[in-house]
Design a protein around this ligand. Structure first.
Ligand code: NAD
Ligand code: UDP
Length: 346
């Protein structure tokens, strides 16, 4: 066994398959993360054998608790920047491995860039060897601070190449390039999703992104930290809606010829979000302003016409419903089961 990986949980998702074994096998890089763990759960529910690869940088073992004992689930501790474990045979690959929150991806920017570029290369080579379909979790950050609003997939974006966010934005842009070059060069079946801000259960309290920060601050009775004026906008998608979009994109009969926006087109200022969170948590927290981070995009809203028309996909959970579930999740995580909004029971 190579020194660079460790099997944490062995299931039927690894090793050579018996000729009679018909179940499809999916690899989820970043499977212990917020979105990755929801995806693993969904794929197991859909009848797949699942192998999660994760270096546990931001992912947590307890994200895997609800399905860790499933005999079809395998978990390998591995950094995708390093050569992948030998002998992996998979039908589908989902690449979600990459820290997604600004404080986490900026903590080691060179490794973040390597994760998107070298990690994608390693997974693309695995897809090529295994003749597997491969999905890339790209991001609305490829649009940078956009001049076109809302953002359609055809917009090339406005991205700083050398700022503190660039390791993530440019890493993801480079990964998109690699995916499409592998498709053109080797005929690989690729699916690339541009994900807009997504939130929900299994975010970490110290994740650092705005929804989890505000909810945790409100539940703890701390000030809510709005960066800048709070007039910048974002569009927030609930995790369950997004995972449905992943599955539809991966299973569409024909691979789209370009990346596909997945997000909730509802657009809110950060001040509006802060006010909603204070209301849903019945918190006495105050809203305070902190400096706006460098290159913070002023607006974000996906044009999801392509996904709507071609995948039959659109979000079903609005911000009020999604926030209620997420508040209950964090409340239980931090304080036990008070369920202050009652949403988790519904
Ligand atoms: P997350 O930080 O919870 O998950 C990322 C996972 O990848 C973690 O489990 C982490 O440990 C793992 N990881 C990071 N670097 C790795 C490496 N080099 N090798 C192996 N594993 C590694 O974040 P998330 O929100 O679940 O994001 C998942 C993916 O979706 C990321 O690729 C992110 O860029 C993308 N995305 C997310 C959002 C969002 O709003 N949640 C928006 C756009 C794009
Ligand atoms: N933000 C904020 N307070 C926080 C965390 C973030 O006001 O505690 C702002 C941030 O400056 C940005 C928006 O919320 O304008 C979304 O930030 P996040 O890090 O969640 O995502 P991204 O900037 O990558 O879209």
């Amino acid at each position: 066994m190579s020194k660079v990986f460790k099997v944490l949980k062995l299931g039927s998702g690894i090793g050579q398959r018996e000729p009679h074994q018909k179940r499809r096998r999916a690899l989820v890089a970043g499977g212990a993360g917020f979105l990755g763990s929801h995806l693993c759960e969904r794929l197991l529910r859909d009848g797949y054998d699942v192998v999660a690869l994760d270096n546990f940088h931001t992912g947590k073992r307890y994200n895997l608790n609800t399905f860790l004992r499933d005999p079809r689930f395998t978990c390998i501790e591995h950094d995708i920047v390093d050569p992948l474990p030998a002998g992996l045979e998979v039908d589908e690959i989902y690449n979600l491995a990459c820290p997604a929150s600004p404080p986490h991806y900026q903590a080691d920017p060179i490794h973040t860039f390597k994760t998107s570029v070298l990690g994608s290369l390693n997974l693309l080579e695995l897809a090529r060897r295994s003749n597997a379909k491969i999905f890339q979790a790209s991001t609305s950050e490829v649009y940078g601070d956009p001049f076109v609003h809302p953002q359609p997939e055809s917009y090339f974006g406005n991205v700083n190449t050398h700022g503190p966010r660039s390791c993530y934005d440019e890493g993801k842009r480079s990964a998109e390039t690699l995916f499409f070059d592998y498709s053109r060069t080797y005929g690989l079946d690729i699916r690339v999703a541009r994900i807009f801000n997504t939130y929900g259960r299994r975010m970490q309290p110290d994740d650092g992104r705005v929804v989890s920060n505000f909810i945790v601050q409100a539940l703890r009775g701390e000030d809510l930290t709005v960066y800048g004026s709070g007039l910048q906008t974002r569009s927030f998608c609930y995790a369950d809606d997004l995972i449905e979009g992943f599955i539809r994109l991966m299973n569409a009969p024909h691979a789209p010829a370009h990346p596909v926006n997945l997000g909730n087109p509802g657009e809110f200022t950060i001040m509006e979000l802060a006010t909603l969170v204070v209301g849903y948590t019945n918190s006495r927290s105050k809203i305070v302003h902190r400096p706006l981070p460098i290159d913070d995009p002023r607006q974000r809203k996906p044009d999801i016409s392509f996904a709507r028309d071609n995948l039959g996909w659109e979000p079903r959970i609005n911000l009020a419903q999604g926030l209620a579930h997420t508040v209950d999740y964090f409340d239980t995580l931090l304080y036990g089961s008070r369920m202050i909004t009652g949403a988790a029971a519904s």
